[in-house]
Design a protein around this ligand. Structure first.
Ligand code: BES
Ligand code: ZN
Length: 973
């Protein structure tokens, strides 16, 4: 392919000129966005929300404890809530003066009735005299409560004066006639609850059909972050660690048994009654409530031994599945053993429990959950079947196991003290998953995929004014749920990757081991980690000062590089996607400046050099010892920042890519493409340069640069959707992908390496997605052949998703849809069901799509866990998007009822649907919807981001459509 850019006149200003007319419009739009009316509405809503909570809390308190409210003995924390002007002081935290020492818990789920009953005795330490104790509960019916002393020579009952629940705080309060003194006590409760059938959090029922088509029910739990309180009264905060003694009851026979975090020690048949068995588990190590797990099921398992640090000792790893899926457990088991052995050696700390089980749960709200000793997964994230799982699915399984196993140390052994430091759990697990997967599968190129899977997605969120720092205050359950977001996970992982790199893996690993040892069975804060790493790193570097700039303020910098011979001058500026965004630097304690580890490689030196750009320095200047052709900064995009160069430097990268692209590493190629497009998107670089950076792609055989280019080019494609530039742009993309399309083909060869397989699926999706005729026709032929095949022999898993999707969109009519729908209904494999679901969502018929929307919310066909995925798949189909948008707006109340506003996936639904909106009308619709339903729950931050995204999209089209149009004219002439 020729360098198309050399034929192009390069306009000086990427946005200014063409945007001349639209600047005023942009200005108006921005003013509207920030107008006092808008701000007022949102303030009003927040205040209204708080008042609502307060009123509800007051109502509940007064109703459930009228006697207490009139009594001077009313607990301090609650009496304060009666004062109107102190509404913001609602305390969501429990007192640190009452701590659990041990839980003795008995749970009896009744699978037939969908209920459970139980009792818990919590040994507690009271640290200051008091006349009440508050702990958590939600939706439980407490039938009995008692309190006795525990540490006296002759222990005695303490009469309970009153007990009541405070719904708004999800608390249970027990009061006493007089102050109880410092000491140990046992607080005991009998309780009942429902195995929540639709919420899939807490202790809940999950259903499946066995190999004979019989309905089966299991009981399972998912407690993070605040759902243990739905299963038993407890001190449900991460810092209250205590050992658990668990007893579970299960129905005798039919293969049923019970699992928990610890190993079973004994079991007694016909207890509590005939037909039931009670099993007692070993006492656990001290742990946070969100990590305990209970499963009563008829699952079967496969096991293998994993070596401990002392290699002659082992402990068992097991994978539990439904009976019919046992064969799909082998891959996860093999990977599990390798990953745990890798971590044990890396951290030099043994996994502390006697066993580690993994279970694939048919109904599961998230991807996986790191319950200690008993990790639970969505079926599609754990079970591997060569016949149905693609190479990407297989890699996903490795990643998810690697992520959850990392939590056995980061999160389970050492836990954040409070949720604002959640990144110490999720950031570490999200980084370690790449380190460990890369170590056990060195040929897969997993580390390269850190960029498109973690760094690049979080750059999008963090380049908005509506972002937030990694460490952010959170109090109520909605805020806690909401912080499980891309900033916590991926920015957390990215800054750890950067830190690992600049202090060096040996120092990093030493520091990490020290941190884990020092805080084992305890809780840590961000400052603890940095302090220990400081000791590891020595005095030449101030870890806390550097890392605070990345963790305690939102956003990230773009480093601008100018060159004069061998002298380079670097400056930094906060990177924002919106070129007109205004912000106040004094809002941040660090002034939106960062201390940046600048790294670079050159054509003369492939070994990365590190220099520091201090946050207080106006610029960084340095001189190379010899002349070089090019310098690539931020080697492998390890640093959490972008780099912009002079036009000549970008031009030399275009040339290097076209003539000798392998001189740059895969991650450097990937990062140049990504930076160029993102800078152009933010009007900091000429779009024609970004587009020219992709002109070498016909020579690119690595999956990741292609994947990133495809994402960036498709983003433009989506935004141009509302303009008449689209056909011309697509024409260009079809030409761009043509050679590689013919290279990869639809034929999967058994001897190909992993990366080639990943490349194939990216390129096929891209080619078909931009309407490459041959690609669509080929997909159509393979699709029809499969639809007409009564034997139902399916295409290779690696091309299956593309065949289903593009075959359906290209040639699928009602007949094909119905056949595919039938296969969807009959499908028992979770991954394959998702493939079929995506295919069904791609049909071009409005009425079939409307029918499918109805099906997506019908539990008979689509599990509640998959509804959002299904709706979003339909919304990604341009024909389906307006249908889903209408449907969601009309049925919002139904969705809120079904999932609650605490569901973070519900919070992400509307932002997902509107991500490509790029017109004023659509923005108004979005605003009107948010105004109509001001309560956002865990979706609050997602809403702000969605508004910013759509406003930016509108500006983008006004500023860039014409520029791209002119460039296309110049290269296609
Ligand atoms: N600890 C989380 C599970 C979780 C997520 C609990 C959200 C509460 C709210 C678990 O370790 C996790 O991060 N799971 C991911 C999958 C993983 C591979 C990134 C998930 O469920 O999305
Ligand atoms: Zn996690």
């Amino acid at each position: 392919m020729t360098d198309m850019g050399h034929m192009t006149p390069v306009p000086r200003d990427c946005c200014g000129k063409v945007a001349g007319r639209s600047r005023t419009q942009n200005f108006i739009r921005k003013n509207q966005l920030d107008s006092p009316a808008f701000v007022c509405i949102s303030c009003f809503c927040t205040v209204l929300g708080l008042m609502c909570i307060l009123t509800i809390a007051l109502l509940i308190i007064t109703q459930s404890s009228i006697t207490s409210a009139h009594d001077s003995g009313i607990p301090q924390a609650y009496s304060r809530m009666t004062s109107k002007d102190q509404s913001t002081e609602i305390r969501f935290r429990l007192s640190p003066d009452v701590t659990p020492i041990e839980y003795d818990l008995y749970l009896h789920p009744d699978l037939a009735k969908g209920t459970f009953s139980g009792n818990v005795t919590i040994t507690i330490q009271v640290k200051s005299k008091r006349n009440y104790i508050a702990l958590h509960q939600k939706d439980l019916n407490i039938t009995k409560a008692s309190m006795t002393t525990y540490d006296r020579q002759a222990n005695y009952d303490i009469p309970i004066k009153d007990r009541y629940t405070v719904e708004a705080l999800e608390e249970l309060v027990v009061t006493f006639n007089e102050d109880i003194p410092y000491g140990m006590y046992q607080l005991a409760f009998d309780f009942e609850g429902a195995l929540q059938p639709d919420k899939i959090v807490g202790f809940y029922a999950s259903r499946y059909k066995d190999e004979h088509g019989h309905n089966k029910v299991i009981a399972t739990s998912k407690f993070e972050p605040t759902y243990a309180r739905r299963a038993f009264p407890c001190f449900d905060e991460p810092s209250f660690k205590a050992p658990f003694k668990v007893k579970l009851v299960y129905p005798t026979g039919d293969g049923y048994h019970a699992l928990s975090s610890m190993n079973a020690e004994s079991s007694v048949m016909n207890k509590p009654e005939l037909g039931l068995t009670t099993v007692t588990f070993a006492k656990s190590v001290p742990m946070s409530t969100y990590l305990i797990c209970f499963i009563v099921s008829d699952f079967v398992s496969v096991s293998a031994p994993a070596r401990k640090l002392n290699e002659s000792e082992t402990f068992p790893i097991s994978v539990y599945t439904t009976r019919a899926q046992k064969d799909k457990a082998a891959f996860a088991l093999d990977i599990g053993v390798k990953i745990i052995e890798f971590y044990t050696k890396l951290f030099r700390i043994d996994y502390p429990l006697p066993k580690l089980d993994m279970a694939a749960i048919p109904d599961f709200v998230s991807g996986a959950m790191e319950n200690w000793g008993l990790i639970t997964y969505r079926e599609a994230r754990l079970l591997y079947d060569q016949k149905t799982s693609s190479t990407a699915d297989q890699e996903g399984i490795v990643q998810v196991i690697a992520h959850e196993f990392a939590h056995m140390w980061f999160g389970n052994l050492v836990t954040m003290g409070w949720w604002h430091d959640l990144w110490l759990n999720e950031g570490f697990a999200s980084y370690m998953q790449y380190k460990s997967a890369d170590a056990i599968l060195p040929d897969w190129g997993v580390m390269n995929r850190f960029l498109p899977e973690a760094l690049h997605p979080v750059f999008i969120t963090d380049a908005k004014l509506s972002s937030h720092p990694i460490v952010q205050t959170v109090a109520n359950p909605d805020e806690i749920t909401a912080i499980f977001d891309v900033i916590t996970y991926s920015k957390g992982a990215s800054v750890l990757r950067m830190l690992d790199n600049f202090i060096g893996p040996e120092t990093f690993n030493w520091g990490v081991t020290t941190y884990l040892n020092q805080f084992a069975y305890l809780n840590a804060e961000t400052a603890d980690l940095f302090r220990i790493l400081q000791t590891a790193a020595g005095n030449n570097i101030n870890i806390t000062a550097i890392m605070d700039t990345w963790t305690r303020q939102m956003g990230f910098p773009v480093v601008n590089v100018t060159r004069n011979g061998t002298t380079f001058t670097l400056t930094q500026k906060r990177f924002l996607a919106d070129p007109d965004a205004k912000y106040d630097p004094t809002e941040s304690d660090y002034g939106y400046k960062w201390t940046i580890p600048i790294t670079y490689v050159t054509d003369k030196n492939a070994v990365s050099t590190l220099i520091w750009f201090d946050k207080d320095a106006a610029k960084l200047e340095f001189k190379l010892s010899e002349p070089v052709e090019w310098v690539k900064f931020n080697h492998d995009q390890v640093g959490y920042y972008r780099v912009n160069y002079d036009v000549q430097e970008w031009n030399s990268f275009v040339e290097v890519l076209q003539t000798r692209h392998k001189r740059l590493s895969i991650s450097d190629r990937t990062s140049l493409i990504e930076d160029a497009f993102s800078l152009a998107h933010a009007c900091q670089l000429d779009y024609t340069i970004a587009l020219r950076m992709t002109s070498y792609l016909d020579k690119e055989q690595a999956a990741t640069p292609w994947r990133v280019a495809a994402v960036k080019l498709r983003t433009i494609d989506n935004l141009l959707g509302s303009t008449d530039v689209l056909p011309k742009y697509r024409q260009y993309l079809r030409k761009l992908v043509d050679i590689t399309y013919h290279d990869v083909t639809w034929r999967v060869d058994g001897f190909e390496d992993h990366d080639t397989r990943r490349l194939r699926s990216s390129v096929l999706h891209f080619a078909c997605g931009v309407g490459h005729t041959e690609c669509l026709d080929d997909a159509g032929v393979i699709f029809k052949k499969w639809i007409d095949d009564i034997e139902d022999v399916r295409p290779h898993p690696d091309i299956r998703e593309a065949i289903y999707k593009y075959g359906m969109s290209h040639v699928g009519k009602e007949t094909e849809w119905n056949i595919m729908f039938q296969r969807f209904i009959e499908e028992t494999d979770a991954s394959e069901k998702l493939n079929l679901q995506r295919g069904l969502a791609a049909v071009q018929s409005k009425w079939l799509l409307n029918k499918f929307i109805g099906i997506a919310v019908d539990e008979k066909y689509v599990r509640s866990q998959d509804t959002f995925g299904c709706l979003l798949a339909i919304s990604r189909n341009p024909v389906g998007n307006p249908l889903v948008w209408d449907w969601v707006r009309e049925n919002w109340e139904f969705l809120v009822k079904r999932y609650t506003l605490n569901d973070r996936y519900l919070g992400q639904l509307v932002p997902g649907i509107v991500a490509s909106f790029a017109t004023d009308i659509k923005l108004q619709e979005l605003r009107a919807f948010f105004d109509k339903y001001p309560e956002a729950g865990a979706g609050k931050a997602y809403r702000a981001r969605a508004l910013e995204t759509v406003a930016n999209n509108i500006k983008w089209v006004k500023s860039n459509a014409e520029i791209i149009d002119r460039w296309l004219d110049s290269v296609t002439k």
